[in-house]
Ligand binder design. Sequence first.
Ligand SMILES: [Zn+2]
Length: 680
Amino acid sequence: MQSLRSIAFLLLIASLASAQGSMPTDEKRPSENVSFTPDMLDKSIDPCTDFYAYACSKWKAQNPIPSDQAGWGRFNELQERGQYIMRDILDKYSADDSKRGPVEQKIGDYYQACMDESAIEKRGTKPLAADLAKIAALRSKQDLASELIALHRARTNVLFNFDSTQDFKDASEVIAEVDQGGMALPDKDYYLKEDAKSAELRTQYVAHVQKMFQLLGDTPTRAAAEAKVVMEIETSLAKGALDRVSRRDPQKIYHRMKREELATLAPVLNWKVYLDGIGAPSVGTLNVTEPEFFKHLNETLKTTSLDNWKTYLRWQLVHANAPILPEAFVNENFNFFAKTLAGTKELSPRWKRCVRFVNADLGEALGQKYVEVTFGAEGKERTLKMVDSLEKALDQDIEDVPWMGADTKKQAAAKLSAITNRIGYPDRWRDYSALKIIRGDARGNSQRSNVFEFQRRLNKIGQPVNKDDWPYPPTTVNASYNPLQNNITFPAAILQPPFYDNKADDAMNFGGIGAVIGHELTHGFDDQGRQFDAKGNLRDWWTAEDGKEFEQRASCVADEYSSFSAVDDVKVNGKLTLGENVADNGGMRIAYMALMSTMVEEEPPPVDGLSAKQRFFLGWANVWCQSQTDQLARMLAATNEHAPGRWRVNGTVSNMPEFREAYHCAANAPMVRQNACRVW
Ligand SMILES: [Zn+2]
């Protein structure tokens, strides 16, 4: 979602790859025993030659990608364990029991309806009938605005996106926003790139769209013509869309204007009907992320016939609902989006998909129960202690960096001390009481949840920013920094091994969760985060000279990562992944500083023959062990702001003289970079 655009995550899981996909595969509950042990190391590999292979090749060999996944890493192990915990909770509450509380009824009945495949089969496409009839009844392009309202309110991805956002330049205000959208493929490049692989994927995509129309009852000939129309429209939208690297620049996606100005950009659409009816409090001004997109959209609206628009809307409707329609839709959706696009072999078992849907639609309801069974008060306390030591290290680092002047340093230190920490779960849970969840009504539940969430987001417009509002549920294995609010978020699900292990020593934990905390804090000072001030306003607080010094150091990182291979002949995009790589670079350094501050008296004795300094780097490598299908690797290279695990490890350690010292590497070893990059 575009609302997450400004949040820098630790890791973007390719949810597309697994979320779409019921054949039970491996029902084995994953092991709880995930602590690091030295027998995981491949002693035949010199850590100074390829540290990632030294730390991860055995794990990779012992943990092949499960057939219902496109990638598998230590993150996924943790997620998988969480899925089983969530299933236990949902099983408990899915029985129709009058003793259930309101939250338990909602998550339990949502899960029950989702699991009831025979009811879903019996209903067929009936749950879509009313929506399809409305699309068929459109009489003119003037009617499009009111149909867009209905589809957008159900969070269907048609033409563009409407949402609320914190004003980039006034952190006290939440305003409305329109953003590019309406394409089903993962990125605009998929529509436009001219290489053979991209052309092949487009042919397969059109074949998929055709099959979906056939499942709706259209003849193969008609469905083929319709699929061509969809491809033409989406390609046209792609041509007007801004690329991902540009979208990382907040200046390029901030254009606050009056509603009348938006109407001038795209007069073919009836904006009065749309903006008055979408469900937002009055929209006088709004952020139009990319005016060029809306100008282009206007041309597309003009030149495309009403019948073709109907075809496109029908496609997006069925596409959005495919995962909760009968099996034939689920399988066809899986075949293209998970199998062809990401290389997943099999659909995951029904229960896993239903757990994900509950988590996506009722995340803070399920999250309350999840936190009760997994997260104690001591988890919050020990995390806060780590955060505190990392903040101290970053403060020291800012003071020490030789390239930054005193004035900018003062501002940077003020920004750092203003960062707020959100650990475990929100202080106030989201109130779902207005959302109706009904047993046996899978699609209705999904639809109502979407409308509920859309309205919840729109209700923020004109209200003060609510900093208790979390961007994702506590069941999420991830962490983030939000430059608009200058805060970090660490959900309960990530505060476990291999990130934080009660049984491990400080060195491993500082290399794991410590470096992750350092990574998030550094995001406040990466190429994107540094453009916002302590309050979250987009405002340049750097002297021109210091800004230049920063850019120079950042471009060292961009160039370095651009030289790494992602898959086949595809390279990592150093500009797309710049913020994350800067965060890894700085995060590891300050985590190392924080660890050293615990060892001022003396270094602890080696554990299993490994010194504390060596174990620190293993703590980092250990969380990034991962494998991906070639297809997924290709998709992530185009869409993910994070470099592959291998480079997050080797790229980071090879820039650190501390690594060379810990492993006694020769000056010309591959893990000792001659032109080492350092930002923070
Ligand atoms: Zn990050």
